[in-house]
Design a protein around this ligand. Sequence first.
Ligand SMILES: Cc1cc2nc3c(=O)[nH]c(=O)nc-3n(C[C@H](O)[C@H](O)[C@H](O)COP(=O)(O)OP(=O)(O)OC[C@H]3O[C@@H](n4cnc5c(N)ncnc54)[C@H](O)[C@@H]3O)c2cc1C
Length: 390
Amino acid sequence: MATRVGLTAAQDAARRGFEEFARTRIAPFADEWDRESALPEEFITEFAERGHLGGAIPTEHGGAGLDETTLGLLCEETGRACSSVRSLITVHGMVSRAVARWGSTGQREHWLPRLARGATIGAFALSEPGAGSDVKALAATARRDGDGFVLTGEKRWTTFGQRADLFLLFARLDDRETAFLVPADSAGLTVRPVESVLGTRASMLGELSLVECRVPGAALLGRPGFGLVAVAADALELGRYTVAWGCVGLLQACLDATLAHAENRETFGARLRDHQLVQRMIADMATAASAARLLCQQAGLLREAGDQQGVHATWMAKYFASTSAFKAAADAVQAHGAQGCAGDHPVQRYLRDAKVMEIIEGATELQQTTIADTAYQARAMAAAGKGAGA
Ligand SMILES: Cc1cc2nc3c(=O)[nH]c(=O)nc-3n(C[C@H](O)[C@H](O)[C@H](O)COP(=O)(O)OP(=O)(O)OC[C@H]3O[C@@H](n4cnc5c(N)ncnc54)[C@H](O)[C@@H]3O)c2cc1C
């Protein structure tokens, strides 16, 4: 039982519901979905019917309107069972929040109820062959054509790209980075599956090709030039936050699996749990899970309060949770020995998924440089007598 502090009774009740659903309806199937590189349609429908795809959408638009902590708990419990399902919450949530925050009244009224009930699945299409960490290298273009736009370019690594009905897609309009809502059935848009990905294998990645892809004027989301600095930045912040919580779930899963295995496996006349070097692995996993959970809760509270410090707190939470999850997953495989290397054992899936977490939503090195820069800014402000330190 993980230590929990600071949850309201309603948040804790919600968490128990998420945990029960993930334990019974996701975890038993996660390895099969990973092998098949897809989530079954029936599962996506069931997940949507429970309202889990509408977590980031306000209730007035048909969503569950979860507070930031409860949304995090949904990601934790889902991520504990299957990182691919957590990825669905992440990218669908990024699109939903972007429409809710930057959409016109017409866009909100059209898309949000559909996204909330899962009738429309959203995906986030920013990365390109030449633009990953360096998003400003974005090369896809948009040009005006009558009352609409024509899009041209290539998108890579779009999570649920094979399944999505709607892409939040970024392109240069008059050389200004701009966000568009592009339906998957738009003429000139084709999607190819990405095969054999290292981790989150059931997240149905797609590569998008846009050749003279015409979309109506209503596809423009927010103002031209606001695509990266506002729409993508805000969406990526939510993505980072949900991934951080998903990594708490991964940490807990590594701990759960290692505790169970070390209890039963004997070497040299003793259970693994009685070997001190295995105890060290378990102690590190348990401590990291608690610490990552607290960093995520801190980020959630700051985000909920609309506090600017929530941005930095989210970077820290994602950095710590993802790097700790990778270390814990490596230790979990180690403690399982050869059994942990078997293709159908969950801990090898955790290890593959955890590596992906160190790359998506800001690679570890970008988080390190950003966190260090912010620490220097805080120091300069403190020296100038303007605020607290880092
Ligand atoms: C499973 C998966 C799912 C994804 N889903 C999506 C999605 O839904 N939508 C989407 O748009 N994209 C998605 N991506 C792409 C993801 O956002 C990028 O992989 C990520 O931004 C890193 O970009 P890159 O792969 O081009 O690496 P690069 O930018 O080429 O960087 C490679 C490595 O170089 C190092 N590095 C780069 N810049 C610096 C620097 N300034 N300082 C120090 N080190 C640096 C880091 O170690 C980094 O990992 C996904 C990727 C994966 C693997």
